[in-house]
Design a protein around this ligand. Structure first.
Ligand code: NAI
Ligand code: A1CAB
Length: 346
């Protein structure tokens, strides 16, 4: 606890806690609520649980840059590359805006095209450079993101193929489109990387994975890593695992947003105002995810730390188990993975 206080003093955080906010175990990692409340657990702990919690309270907490645009912008050095987007839809927008916020590229070094003028206007509104053709985007970029729906990938790559050079790194984010298909459309000399990102790029917290194809080199890989590490985390995996990545983290934000919405609905059903219910739900997901990442503990052990005998949490957990929530999440990931595999075969 003393160490947490020192970190707080160093970073100049102020305590601002509404009396409405009850502490949860995530608070110890977040480093805010834990300071405002003495470590009085809301549940009785077993000696083992108390020890785990003591361990958490003694951690030095380094606050993340996420959440404050200015902090995010200073977190990353600028990249000396121009970035292009073939397709300026949801995922392209999340990535482009995330990269700008992190200060990796300035907006005018982002080129884009889209047949939908509304999308081009939107990109223009945050300073990016819309072009009238995919070829012009390719000519004005070094890293070329293929951000169209899977069924349009071959067409746009075939279009830009004549202007692709050694200097281009072609990055497809399309679900299910294999490296072989990308190389077939872009040409055997293309430096091709497949990435499966997710929309939290926008807030610097993507979970992404990539694999290399064609003439992609370790320099291309390092470049793509730099881009995605500016907006989150990226892992290099075998291509055969990318469908599962798509099912888990590519599609995953949708599952989590549904969970946040449902938790908030539960809060409203139990009498909370909507805005407070939603804020508590989202912060609970954020804090719990940080506890998994920062403590390295098994999620089951962290769950046990919240769950006191005959207490409130186990009553809720019992309902989730009766509804088959674990199987539902597993089935969702497997169904989305299967769909990604189907797309590969189309
Ligand atoms: N939305 C997400 O969370 C994620 C999406 N992806 C992948 O990203 C790709 C894009 O997905 P979204 O952004 O969600 O779709 P989207 O539909 O929002 O964006 C695709 C854009 O491509 C444009 N487009 C269509 N034909 C074009 C052409 N010939 N040239 C240039 N642009 C063209 C469309 O007008 C549209 O604005 C997909 O392949 C998807 O699998 C990957 C990870 C996450
Ligand atoms: O739903 C989709 O097909 C895309 C791929 C991963 C997330 N969204």
């Amino acid at each position: 606890m003393l160490q947490i206080c020192r970190v707080v003093a160093r970073h100049g955080f102020r305590q601002s806690v509404s009396p409405l906010l009850l502490p949860n175990t995530s608070a110890a990692v977040r480093g805010f609520s834990a300071i405002c409340w003495p470590p009085v657990p809301s549940v009785k702990l077993t000696p083992e649980q108390a020890k785990s919690r003591e361990h958490l309270q003694n951690r030095v907490v380094i606050p993340s840059a996420t959440g404050s645009p200015s902090a995010m912008a200073s977190a990353t050095a600028a990249l000396d590359k121009r970035i292009g987007f073939l397709g300026s839809g949801q995922m392209a927008e999340a990535l482009a805006q995330g990269l700008i916020k992190r200060g990796l590229v300035t907006a005018e070094r982002i080129a884009c095209n889209d047949p939908n003028p509304v999308r081009k206007e939107l990109f223009k509104s945050f300073g990016a450079m819309p072009y009238d053709s995919n070829v012009d985007v390719a000519r004005n970029s070094d890293v070329l993101f293929v951000a169209v729906k899977p069924q349009h990938v071959a067409q746009v790559l075939t279009e830009v193929r004549p202007v692709l050079t050694e200097g281009h790194t072609v990055v497809s984010i399309a679900a299910g489109i294999t490296v072989d298909k990308l190389v077939e459309a872009a040409g055997p000399d293309a430096h091709v990387i497949r990435v499966m990102p997710n929309t939290p790029c926008l807030v610097g917290e993507t979970a992404a994975a990539m694999c290399l194809g064609g003439k992609a080199s370790s320099d291309d890989e390092a470049l793509v890593r730099t881009i995605f590490e500016a907006v989150g985390k990226i892992y290099t995996v075998d291509e055969k695992l990318l469908a599962a990545v798509t099912g888990l983290s590519g599609s995953g934000p949708a599952y989590v947003f549904m969970m946040v919405e449902a938790l908030a609905d539960g809060g409203v059903r139990a009498g909370l105002p909507r805005d407070i219910a939603q804020a508590l739900a989202a912060q609970t997901v954020l804090g719990s995810a940080k506890m998994v990442l920062e403590t390295g503990k098994h999620p089951g052990a962290l769950k046990d730390m919240v769950t006191s005998p005959a207490g409130t949490t186990i009553a809720g957990v019992h309902e989730l188990e009766k509804a088959g929530v674990r199987a539902a999440f597993m089935n969702a990931v497997v169904a989305a993975t299967d769909r990604a595999n189907q797309l590969s075969k189309m």
